[in-house]
Design a protein around this ligand. Structure first.
Ligand code: M6R
Length: 359
């Protein structure tokens, strides 16, 4: 039931702070110790490489997961689009462990990979929002996202829930393998800060609606840019806008723009930059300048400690690794208001189904 909300998507965006709290309660003790199946952790620890498999938004959540598993647990991690992996499998390591990210647990492309993984006898984990879904039944282990039903076709709370659960898992694994960075990472406290930060952003709806009207409503082309983890969020931000507002939008590694794509920038093209990582903040700012010099209308979404006068949207500070949980929220709302004010059916965009059960 969407209650007083005009569309499920807005309700689901608003639910994200609570989803963060729910995940912390479910998978962490009061003191922050992980409450995760020991056998699962041991199976992951025994692997020499993790392979994250997903489609669409779930693939994008995997791109953040790679950073979390590599930083916190020091386990090399690859992320693959399921429809590609199924038919062109890369060379595997000796002891692979597979993580399937799938909100619905029914995506045919991802299931096809799991069937092959099971035939080969490799261990696997499905992270899903739907108990007893096909991928959860067929994998060795399952963890539930506890995000509550996600009805809108555009995935929002499942993305942030997947990232938060990957962070909990990476922290637990890192502790098991004795990584100091994992021991010092106070995940419980961080998820609390994330929940509060998300609330502050969803409380800024009017501002985001205004930004959408000013920069996105009348355009047919836009860019989200960033480096590293900000690039990964750019891909998700662009998918949201494409999917429900039908604006052609690319998520781009900001340093790569000048190698060709910058030719698309015209007077007024919106270019939105994510700046949440200290080591690349200056670079992304100069890449934004380069687009501005070609007529782009630039907008910045910046974490507080990196913000300067004139930034458009300032995000509360949480650990750098968890900034995607906050930076994606304004992008979800920008997509929502653009779709809404174009008079489109936000929850049911054309040509799309909630779960894609054909390959
Ligand atoms: O249920 P899944 O997570 O496996 O779905 C994967 C994609 O179909 C899904 O994330 C899709 O990209 C969303 N509509 C994006 O908002």
């Amino acid at each position: 039931d969407k209650g007083t909300y005009p569309f499920y998507m807005l309700k689901e965006v608003d639910e994200q702070p609570n989803v963060m709290r729910k995940l912390a309660q479910t998978y962490l003790s009061e003191h922050g110790e992980p409450n995760i199946d020991k056998q699962l952790l041991q199976a992951m620890e025994a692997a020499d490489r993790l392979y994250i498999i997903g489609a669409g938004t779930s693939y994008h959540a995997g791109l953040i997961g790679k950073r979390l598993f590599e930083n916190l647990a020091h386990i090399p991690t690859e992320v693959h689009v399921s429809s590609e992996f199924a038919y062109e499998q890369p060379m595997l390591s000796e002891k692979p462990f597979f993580i399937f990210l799938t909100q619905s647990g029914e995506t045919a492309d991802s299931r096809e990979v799991l069937v092959n993984v099971n035939d080969a006898g490799y261990p696997s984990l499905t992270i899903t929002n739907v108990q007893n879904s096909t991928l959860s039944r067929e994998a060795t282990y399952t963890l539930l996202l506890h995000a509550g039903p996600e009805i809108a076709v555009a995935s929002t709370k499942a993305y942030t829930a997947q990232i938060a659960l990957e962070a909990i898992l990476a922290k637990a694994l890192g502790e098991l393998t004795g990584q100091i960075i994992a021991q010092n990472f106070n995940i419980r406290q961080q998820l609390g800060l994330v929940a509060t930060g998300m609330q502050a952003i969803v409380d800024e709806k009017d501002k985001l609606e205004e930004m959408s009207s000013k920069y996105l409503l009348k355009t047919n082309r836009a860019f989200y840019i960033g480096r590293g983890i900000d690039h990964a969020v750019s891909l998700e931000a662009a998918l949201k806008l494409k999917e429900i507002s039908y604006i052609q939008c690319e998520g781009f590694a900001s340093g790569e723009l000048k190698h060709g794509t910058i030719a698309l920038i015209e007077a007024g093209t919106p270019v939105i930059g994510f700046i949440t990582q200290a080591k690349t903040a200056g670079l992304t700012r100069s890449n934004l300048q380069e687009t501005m010099a070609r007529g782009a209308q630039t907008l910045t979404i910046v974490r507080e400690s990196l913000a300067v006068d004139g930034d458009d949207l300032v995000l509360p500070d949480v650990d750098e690794m968890l900034m995607p949980l906050l930076s994606v929220v304004p992008a979800q709302l920008l997509a929502y208001y653009t779709s809404l004010n174009k008079g489109l059916d936000v929850d049911k965009p054309r040509n799309l189904a909630k779960s894609v059960t054909v390959e």
